[in-house]
Ligand binder design. Sequence first.
Ligand code: FNR
Length: 344
Amino acid sequence: MTSKQSHRKDEHVSLAEKFYQTESNSSFDQVRILHQSLPEMALSDVDATTRFNGKSMPFPVLIEAMTGGSPRTGQLNAQLAQLATQTNLPMAVGSQSVALKEPDQTASFEVVRQFDPDGLIFANVGAGHSFEDAKRVVEMIHADALQLHINVAQEIIMPEGDRDFYWLDQLAEIVAKLNVPVVIKEVGFGMTAKTVQKLMAIGVEYIDLSGRGGTSFAQIENFRRSQKEMNYLSEWGLTTVEALLEMRKLASRPQIFASGGIKTPLDAIKALALGADYVGMAGEILHHLISTDYEATLAWLTDWLGDFKLLMLLTGSKTLQDLRKQSLVFSPELASFAEQRFIS
Ligand code: FNR
């Protein structure tokens, strides 16, 4: 017997795949990096390494929060953890709130430690949970960090969703008291500079501004509604690129994960050139796992990481810091966004 919440986890996976778009409709097409014909470096000079909370990472790439909470999604978590360990990438599990209510679902999250015992693993739960819950989800998988997701738009579209969004006090308590870093994360609707300022005021040091352009929870939750769809919200939120531009308004910034619509290494390179410290991929990895198999997904991801280094070479970037110095050109629509938001 699967509970309603557990069934919802399976539905999210099938609907993310149902609405997966092969063609990139992401905001990254609105940004160009200008070609340089003389990089004056070799592939062996490329250093894509970075650090998260003192731990070294070979690439600034995270396998994003997706799943867990049912037997089927437990199997997916096991595969994601194997990918993480074989590629040395960090990974996040999906929301563990189901396991707080239904202890028999904890196995679908704990499984990640079986396959990735020493990797960098992020726990995940929604804002609105208490400090005690936050501690429990971190302990459940011996996580190195916690993602707290903020998903107002998703909840609003769900008929059974929350309608009470007093979150900041609880977020502040968790950030202050938890013994691992806390990342405040959107789920595909992006964040403005103002949101990030509010988060920084309560001590937040890491954000995941997960923007529009990839997996759409507006589309997924609208499909799950049997009536009175709010389809007019399909374009709600900021694209990932718009959210990254918003961060230019801030005098000081937290560490930034950029996710939402990252499919190719070129998308990732552009996000980093726009100021992200790390990028995250969810839907694209899930699509490969579901539409091919584990071995093919591992081969694809390994190639992806190899191509990422080739693009660093193509842009003459020896380090991730060098990516920030790229000359970028924006589409007229994006330039207009920047102008209206007073971003230079
Ligand atoms: C998600 N995402 C997500 N995020 C989160 O913080 N907690 C969660 O439980 C989930 N669940 C979830 C399920 C599935 C099936 C997908 C595809 C995604 C959101 C995810 O982490 C990411 O923010 C968005 O999907 C945008 O990135 P992509 O998919 O465009 O790469």
